[in-house]
Each structure stands twice: as structure tokens, then as C-alpha cells.
Design a protein. Structure first.
Length: 452
């Protein structure tokens, strides 16, 4: 059907109306008129792909990638970069208004990435039945062979070509192959992820692979268990003036340049004077924990991933005012070491699903004067912002950052201040009887200078 598109949806599709339906069109832009081939239809809406542009937007550009429109990775290479930035600002504002019921929220203009292409330090590729290496097609499990990927850091694009030209025989039970790079350090890693527990067998199968210089090879399971076959068990990346170590399956921001902007934005939002006690929830390998420890009196991180906790230990080894607890956030917030302190600041960097309602209530009950929420999904941020308002916190500002150019994904740093004169959320339940053991087993306390 022919559709006049009027806005961009949070999912990256242009939206318009036709024949009484709301129509979501991939590869179209607001201000365009397009012929849309419908692939899904319901009573009040339809979804499809723009197959002919009848009237083009001035923001339309030629995509540089030959796989655009087939590969499922990028949706916005057909949009000029300044338009992408405007869309992301609009999406964050729209979601806070519609889902969070915060129509007057201050949403600052999205911070652009200085590298709209060549920025990714991590990608996942798949292997087709005929051995071809590439990316899964949009909305499908089919693999389209790919020798180039313009959004990859050049060192990873070289690694992709190496895999293709080496004519490798992947290990049995392969799920996908991860390519990772420390952009600032020149280190790289190939991780073969399996869909079942067969690490020893897989390690033997890939042991003979030729490894390019400064490239480690590992096998892992989806649960995070890993065997290093060749090279260093950890990658290193420099963000600002801090070098971080992280393991094969530990999450690290995929955009190294913008990770630095993200850390700067979070630190500015915290407004630390040097004496505050700070909670860092979902702390990962310590991306925020390390710089916070340099500017606060004390910081405690909570992280559920055991590998990430081990990485955080290395990254915080020389910082005597930093501790990490291995626990899910909801349980960790009830722990003795958390409950016994007064916290002035809380940083939260949850996964895309946002924060569990009960855990969010526990965060509010702590009563910190300021919360800084780092989100990779405007919808779950908006939901949680609405809940925080009910718990006594006002949204002061939301700063989108473009960590994912050429896609609809957007990172946001939201700042919440406790309302004056309002009790800080619901009271916390009494401490669990085993909470002290949780700290003793999983706290990571860096050694002091006078002890071995």
C-alpha cells in the first residue's frame, strides 16, 4: 500500500497511516511517501518494508554497505547522520511522555558519535550450512555472507576477512562467533560460542587455527563458561585515562570512543565532592566504578556475572575505597554491607529489560539524594522513570548519547533527584539472616598498601 510517513518509531521504522491502519515501514523516513509491502497485519496496524520511494526525504542518503537491507544489523544507513541524531532525541522524549507520563521531561539533544562508521569493537557472526561466514538476515535465521561491515572498527573488519580467507572448520555445536577488539590497545579475540557444553572437544577442534598477531582464540558457552585456546585470557581497553581488563564473555561497551563520553556524562551527573558513598549497580567490569573511586569517598559495586566480578577485581586492585559484591541487584541491595551505610549517590546501568519493580523500590528506599540511570532502551527507562516518580524521585534531565550509529538504539543518562519532604520510597524488608555470608563470600576488597 502507498503510505505517507510522518514520524520515526522507537523500533526504527517510519510510521504513517493508510486504509485506517497505522503502518510501520522499514527503510523509510518521515516526510516520505512510499510503496510498502506488508509482511504483518493486525486489526489496527500493519508492518512492512518500503520497496519503492515515491517522494524522498531530503535526509535520505545512499547506504555505503552492500548488505544494507538484507543484513539484520543496521536499519538507518539510508538516513543522514544529523537526522539520526534528531530521531534519537525525539524517541527518548516521546517514550518518557507516553510510557513514563513525563511530558515535560528535559531531554537534551543527543550527543553524536565522532565516528558514525568504523566504531564497533564487538560483533557476532554466524556460519551458514555451506560454511559461509556472515550476518543473519533481518527477521530470519538465514545467513548472508559478508566480507565487509562498515560499522566495525577496521581491525575487526580485517579479522572478519581473516576468518573468511582462512577457510576455517568451525567446532561442532557452534552457535555464533564473536569478534572483539581493544581498540586503544590493538588486542583482538575470536570467541567460538557453543549451544551446548562441549568446551574441551571444541578447544581441541580449534587448537590448530592460525591466529593473527595480537589475537586470542577462545571457546565458550552461552552461560559464560570459557576455555582460552590461544593467547591472553583477557582483552584490555583504555577509556579516558583508565585501562580496563575484561574477559571473553564479559559485557563491555561496543563503542570505545563514546564509552569515554558516557563515563564523562555519568561523572558530571554525579556531582561528587570526594566524600560521598556511591552504589554502582550492574557494575560489570567496573567501567564507572573505577573513575567513581577516584572522586568519591567509597564505592560499592553489585554485579551478578561471576566473570565480570573477577574482571572488576583486577580493574579495582589498587583502589582501597572500592568493593564489589557478586549478587543480583535485588538480593545485593538487602545485604548487610549495603544496609549498614548511608548512600548519597546511586548509579544504575541495567540490561535492556530495565530494573525489576521490586529492586527499583529497594533503590528508592535507600534514600540517596541523586540517582543516575544509564539506559540502553528508552521504553524501559520511561517505565522505570514513572515508577521512580511514584517512589519520590523527580527526573531532572535525560541526556541521550549515540553509542550505536546507523541503528535505532540509543543510550541515555537520566538524572533523578529525591523530592524534598517526601519519604524515600517503600521501607526495605528486614535483612536476611544469611546476608553477612553473602558479603564474606563475594566481596572484593583490594589489598591495602601495608598488607600482602
Amino acid at each position: 500500500m502507498r503510505v505517507a510517513l510522518t514520524e520515526m518509531s522507537p523500533g526504527g521504522e517510519a510510521v504513517g497511516r493508510a486504509n485506517g491502519l497505522v503502518v510501520f515501514a522499514r527503510y523509510a523516513l518521515p516526510g516520505e511517501e512510499a510503496e510498502v509491502t506488508i509482511t504483518h497485519r493486525r486489526k489496527s496496524w500493519a508492518r512492512g518494508t518500503a520497496t519503492e520511494i515515491v517522494r524522498a526525504s531530503p535526509a535520505r542518503v545512499a547506504p555505503p554497505c552492500p548488505h544494507f537491507g538484507v543484513c539484520g544489523g543496521c536499519e538507518w544507513q539510508h538516513a543522514a547522520y544529523d537526522a539520526q541524531i534528531a530521531f534519537k532525541t525525539q524517541i527518548v522524549r516521546q517514550q518518557l511522555a507516553r510510557i513514563g507520563k513525563l511530558p515535560d521531561a528535559e531531554v537534551l539533544p543527543c550527543l553524536p558519535c565522532p565516528l558514525p562508521y568504523g566504531y564497533r569493537n564487538h560483533t557476532q557472526v554466524a556460519v551458514a550450512a555451506d560454511g559461509a561466514i556472515g550476518y543473519r538476515e533481518a527477521g530470519s535465521q538465514r545467513v548472508t555472507p559478508a566480507r565487509v561491515c562498515p560499522i566495525l572498527d577496521p581491525s575487526l573488519e580485517q579479522l572478519l576477512r581473516f576468518l573468511i580467507e582462512a577457510d576455517i572448520h568451525p567446532p561442532d555445536h557452534l552457535r555464533e562467533i564473536h569478534l572483539r577488539a581493544g581498540v586503544a590497545t590493538g588486542e583482538r579475540m575470536i570467541v567460538f560460542e557453543l549451544d551446548r557444553e562441549a568446551l574441551d572437544e571444541a578447544a581441541r577442534q580449534v587448537a590448530g587455527l592460525p591466529a593473527p598477531p595480537d589475537t586470542a582464540i577462545a571457546v565458550s558457552t552461552a552461560g559464560g563458561e570459557t576455555r582460552i585456546v590461544v593467547g591472553n585470557p583477557r582483552l584490555h581497553e583504555r577509556v579516558g585515562d583508565i585501562t580496563y581488563a575484561y574477559s571473553a564473555t564479559t559485557f563491555f561497551q561496543v563503542n570505545t570512543v563514546m564509552a569515554g563520553r558516557l563515563v564523562e556524562t555519568v561523572m558530571q551527573a554525579l556531582e561528587l565532592s570526594g566524600t560521598e558513598h556511591v552504589l554502582d549497580l550492574y557494575c560489570g567490569a567496573g567501567l564507572f566504578t573505577a573513575p567513581i573511586s577516584a572522586r568519591a569517598g567509597y564505592v560499592l559495586g553489585i554485579e551478578s556475572g561471576r566473570g565480570a566480578v573477577r574482571d572488576a577485581r583486577d580493574n579495582l586492585r589498587d583502589r582501597a575505597n572500592a568493593t564489589v559484591i557478586e549478587a543480583d541487584v535485588k538480593r545485593g541491595l538487602l545485604d548487610y554491607d549495603v544496609r549498614k551505610r548511608a548512600w548519597q549517590r546511586v548509579v544504575m546501568d541495567p540490561p535492556r529489560a530495565g530494573i525489576d519493580a521490586e529492586a527499583l523500590a529497594h533503590v528508592a528506599a535507600i534514600g540517596a539524594a541523586r540517582l543516575v540511570y544509564v539506559s540502553c532502551d528508552p521504553a524501559t527507562l520511561a517505565r522505570d522513570a514513572g515508577r521512580l516518580k511514584d517512589h519520590g524521585y523527580n527526573l531532572r534531565s535525560a541526556q541521550p548519547l549515540d553509542l550505536f550509529p546507523q541503528t535505532h538504539h540509543v543510550e541515555t543518562v537520566a538524572v533523578f533527584d529525591r523530592m524534598q519532604g517526601k519519604p524515600p520510597g517503600l521501607p526495605l524488608p528486614p535483612p536476611a539472616g544469611t546476608s553477612r555470608r553473602l558479603v564474606l563470600q563475594h566481596a572484593i576488597r583490594p589489598p591495602s598498601a601495608d598488607k600482602p
